[in-house]
Design a protein around this ligand. Structure first.
Ligand code: SF4
Length: 322
């Protein structure tokens, strides 16, 4: 089985059970993103390829840790040997930190509002980065919204100002105001990700009440002007009720504007528990469309230095997962 097919099948399943030697150092516990608030997740790697999978003792797919990170994956009668990756914070090679772990909004697919996590202090964040400094190449920052979008932006800007001390590329993904791209650029941020999350405006209105779809597009356009090609990203979730044609047109709308889409398979949590995960066949088809759209727009996902496109754990990334 080729890597691309294996990863699509594993992402369709979403979770594995873990056995064998103790693997605590390899378990990523996240306050955001897929798997937030659960039992944690692990990164299984083969060569330069990797996939992030939530831990679920009931999963029929098993990873057995053999010691020192060496691991055997048992999947559909196949035994595939690879290794577990040690996360920096949240993902390997990066300190990907959630500044505020709760949110006043209630996007239906997101578990962050239900976790009601607290806000980290700047000292705490600096200490976290310091503790993994020797094994990361980037810092990535995301956040929920504690009080208002404006207030959160101001706090994150302060955090970023302090983080420039480390001299590493910084990526930032927060819910923006119209001035966010300019303010982040001014601080020397390398890359930004503003998530439109949902393929159509109608579905967005249903999924993300109170948030502004048009503003996100406007902010993405401004970001491309400021940060340039291959430096602006946007998550779009696959499996929220959109058709393939709607997803394809969303992908092309992003790429023709110079934005690299991050196509994220739905992890059905929060209000969407019970919604089916997208199938491996659908992920594979959209991966092909994604790759063609990037190429036609002269974009290259391999050039990403921070955040999800650089990590490539949770999604199929053209150029990385071939
Ligand atoms: S792809 Fe993104 S959300 Fe997934 S582990 Fe990597 S950085 Fe985190």
């Amino acid at each position: 089985m080729q890597w691309k097919e294996l990863k699509a099948r594993l992402l369709e399943a979403g979770a594995v059970s873990l056995s064998g030697e103790p693997a605590d150092q390899f378990i990523a516990r996240s306050a955001a993103g897929p798997g937030a608030g659960g039992l944690g997740a692990i990164f299984f790697a083969m060569g330069s390829h990797r996939v992030k999978l939530a831990l679920n003792p009931l999963s029929s797919i098993e990873i057995a840790h053999r010691g020192n990170g060496t691991a055997d994956l048992y999947f559909n009668g196949n035994l595939i040997t690879g290794r577990l990756l040690e996360p920096g914070f949240h993902c390997p090679d990066q300190a990907f930190i959630t500044v505020t772990g709760g949110c006043i909004f209630g996007c239906r697919y997101c578990s962050v509002p239900k976790i009601s996590g607290r806000r980290k202090t700047i000292e705490e964040i600096m200490g976290m980065v310091e503790s993994v400094r020797h094994r990361i190449h980037a810092i990535s920052i995301t956040s929920g919204v504690q009080g208002s979008i404006k207030e959160e932006e101001a706090y994150v800007l302060d955090v970023v100002k302090h983080l420039t001390f480390f001299g590493l590329p910084i990526g930032v993904s927060i819910y923006p105001t119209e001035k966010t791209p300019d303010r982040l650029k001014e601080l020397g941020v390398a890359e930004v990700k503003f998530n439109i999350e949902v393929a159509t405006p109608e579905l967005f209105a249903k999924m993300c009440p109170g948030l502004d779809y048009n503003l996100l597009w406007q902010v993405l356009d401004r970001s491309v002007q400021l940060f340039g090609k291959n430096r602006v990203f946007s998550n779009v979730i696959i499996g929220l009720g959109e058709t393939d044609a709607e997803m394809e047109s969303c992908i092309r709308k992003l790429t023709t504007r110079g934005v690299i889409p991050v196509l994220r398979p739905l992890n059905p949590v929060a209000d969407l528990v019970g919604t089916p995960r997208p199938t491996a066949e659908r992920l594979d088809h959209l991966f092909t469309v994604h790759g063609q759209a990037l190429e036609a727009a002269g974009l290259d996902a391999r050039r990403a230095r921070t955040m999800c496109t650089n990590c490539a754990g949770c999604d199929l990334v053209p150029g990385r997962d071939e």
